[in-house]
Design a protein around this ligand. Sequence first.
Ligand code: ZN
Length: 92
Amino acid sequence: MYRKKLRDLLLQQPLSIRHIAELMEIPIRDVASDVEHLSKSLKRTEYTLKIEPAQCRKCGFRFRKNKMTKPGKCPRCQGTWIHHPLLHIDPR
Ligand SMILES: [Zn+2]
């Protein structure tokens, strides 16, 4: 099933939600909910889902953790050139 594929993908490399949506050919909003389910299902395993927070490429501002989607703009410099948050699965 596709959630297992998602898990395998994230074990191999950190990916943004948008990148996952492209790889899996599904809408971004579906990825977000599937990742949440995946994160919950991992609680019973030796793995854990980690989120590398979004970061402003202009001023380096780091966004809040645990937010999967890319913020519209930076609250500090109002820049819109922002790194996507990256999701990955690591052993605990
Ligand atoms: Zn900024």
